[in-house]
Design a binder for this molecule. Structure first.
Ligand code: GAL
Length: 372
């Protein structure tokens, strides 16, 4: 076949692909209505199904938007950045009017979001900020710095550090290095705890050097993986906790890491109610809430993801109707190119004493699932 024909065939194939993709995506998300008429299509990009909360986030937001008459395309990217970029490109090809994105790596989306901007598609960053691009219009999340502060303050009050108690053995952990939130969680906690590290009331036997908030990546666990945290905790306990030395407190930024850390403590013979350390968390995941009831985790910072979905649905509506989009923070979140107008929701501490009143009575978790 001559070179020209091959080029034409390729061009034809490309054209065919675009039309068929549009055609099949239309059927996938638009029930045969012509692409740019009828209700707006909202693309919802979630990072992964392997971390509990994102399943709730995606389902709740899609349900709200469908009930409001929008077409939706809800996609999960298995924590793979390329997969998320392809999914966003498909949503753009499908003529989405708005993209709601919980990014895996907030620094990797600038090119595809330029394509979106060229087509006047609005972008809402969901829970995690998108960095290094002007093409993000709004950000909705929880007060991420406050999440860390609540974990730090919980440790201070539980150990009596503000009463001069100590020294205690601390092991700090931080979230995934590609997640902008992880920086804020760590900074919130470390701005509370560092003074006690400096005064020697908190000692870090594993020798992790954390002179300032920017050092968080030296204790980060990639992908927020439980097994990554378990392996790291095993390593620290095996190497630095010999001869009867015990860990007194573990700063875990979220529940998926706390689960791995608890498994490591279990396998090293720590006993709840005896020598089990203070262990923090975040998200109110089911397995971790069970651990809280069993004395294997001390607290979790609950973020009612339903309220985040509600707020984002309001933003989508305002954008679609051309009315003012509600924000309550226009200072904190500079993504390296601009300060992104944001809406921050309040995180809440949950301990054994208020699992029922906060997580069960609000309908976030079922009593039957918790054995209550
Ligand atoms: C963060 C999110 C947390 C936690 C973590 C792992 O960005 O804010 O709630 O879930 O990701 O998924």
């Amino acid at each position: 076949m001559s070179k020209t024909l091959r080029v034409l065939a390729a061009a034809a194939m490309a054209a065919l692909l675009t039309t068929t993709t549009a055609a099949c995506s239309k059927t996938r998300s638009t029930d045969n209505a012509p692409a740019d008429s009828g209700p707006a299509l909202v693309g919802i990009a979630m990072p992964t199904r392997s971390l509990e909360r994102w399943n709730n986030d995606g389902a709740h937001l899609e349900d709200l938007l469908k009930k409001a008459g929008y077409k939706t395309s809800l996609q999960y990217a298995d924590n793979k950045v390329d997969q998320q970029i392809t999914q966003l490109q498909n949503m753009i090809n499908d003529k989405a009017k708005i993209l709601v994105i919980a990014s895996i790596d907030g620094t990797a989306l600038a090119p595809v979001l330029q394509t979106a901007a060229d087509k006047k598609i609005k972008v809402i960053a969901y829970d995690r900020l998108i960095n290094s691009t002007p093409n993000v219009d709004y950000y909705a999340t929880f007060d991420n710095y406050k999440v860390g502060q609540l974990q730090g303050q919980f440790i201070v009050s539980k150990l009596g550090l503000d009463q001069g108690k100590g020294p205690f053995n601390l092991e700090p952990f931080a979230g995934s290095s590609d997640d902008n939130n992880a920086k804020f969680f760590f900074a919130g906690a470390w701005d509370v705890l560092k003074q006690y590290v400096d005064s020697g009331k908190l000692v870090i036997p594993s020798g992790k050097k954390l002179p300032n908030d920017d050092a968080w990546k030296t204790v980060s666990i990639n992908g927020w993986k439980s097994e990554g945290a378990q392996a790291e905790m095993d390593n620290r306990l095996n190497s630095f906790y010999t001869g009867g030395k015990k860990v007194d407190v573990v700063l875990s930024p979220n529940d998926s890491l706390a689960l791995g850390i608890a498994q490591s403590l279990d396998s090293h013979g720590y006993k709840p109610g005896a020598d089990w350390p203070i262990l923090t968390g975040q998200d109110g995941d089911l397995a971790n809430t069970k651990n809280i009831l069993a004395g294997k985790q001390s607290m979790t910072v609950w973020k009612d993801t339903r309220t985040l979905g509600d707020q984002v649905a309001k933003m989508v509506d305002a954008i679609t109707k051309g009315t003012a989009v509600e924000t309550n923070d226009t200072k904190t979140y500079n993504n390296g190119v601009k300060v992104v107008p944001s809406y921050l929701l309040p995180p809440v501490v949950v301990t054994k004493d208020d699992v029922k009143s906060k997580l069960v009575d609000s309908g976030f978790l079922k009593a039957s699932d918790l054995g209550l």
